[in-house]
Design a protein around this ligand. Structure first.
Ligand SMILES: [Fe+2]
Length: 215
């Protein structure tokens, strides 16, 4: 578990970097999201989510500026808008919006640790493999250790195609998975990603890249 003192140390920065946490209606879930992120950061060299470099995978989908906080917030915005669209247009649909929002904000919670260890793993993959444990699996471990519900741990574990495509995803995990997939691909064609970190194989389709005002 994680101490209250450690949570208190990291909490202000977590709420600054992920202000959408305050939109989680269940107070217990909100507290556990903060505790899980405090645990995630406390195991690494990073003191804030906004310090974690922005990437989808090692040398894949690297964002030109910003941090993992910008990606997490974007995925949360998309996932909640997907849920709102279906709940509004189809009132009979039952989606747990708190699980969608908390799951989106935690889906990459294992990335600080993956970033922290990537160079060590790469130096000699014969020792622990490369990567030893990717962020979805480590993220699942963090979620369960911090006391988050299984539904959130499942989203952390199965949002990625590598770990998630071999199992049946929950509805809320499916929403986060496609919000994440959509965020990276739209960011890419908008010109927000370093082009050398994009390929047609990773994108999944032939693409063009629009210049931005920063180019
Ligand atoms: Fe992501």
């Amino acid at each position: 578990m994680i101490s209250e003192a450690t949570v208190a140390q990291f909490e202000p920065g977590i709420l600054r970097d992920l202000p959408e946490i305050t939109d989680i209606s269940n107070e217990g879930l909100k507290k556990k999201v903060i505790a899980a992120w405090a645990l995630a950061l406390s195991q690494t060299r990073f003191r804030a989510i906004s310090e974690v470099p922005p990437w989808g995978g090692p040398n894949i989908f690297v964002i030109k500026r910003g941090s993992q906080a910008d990606h997490l917030r974007g995925v949360a915005h998309l996932a909640v808008s997907f849920a709102n669209e279906f709940k509004t247009s189809w009132p009979e649909v039952r989606i747990d919006k708190d699980i969608v929002l908390a799951g989106a904000l935690c889906h990459d919670i294992g990335k600080p640790w993956e970033d922290d260890n990537n160079e060590r793993w790469r130096a000699d993959p014969s020792i622990c493999g490369y990567p030893s444990i990717r962020h979805p699996a480590y993220g699942m471990h963090l979620c369960l250790t911090a006391g988050l519900p299984e539904e959130i741990a499942h989203i952390a574990m199965a949002h990625s195609p590598t770990e998630g495509n071999a199992i049946v995803r929950s509805l809320e995990c499916t929403i986060v998975r496609y919000a994440d997939n959509t965020w990276w691909r739209i960011a890419g064609v908008c010109g927000l990603l370093k082009p050398e970190t994009m390929t047609q194989q990773i994108m999944g389709f032939p693409y063009s890249i629009r210049q931005t005002d920063l180019d």
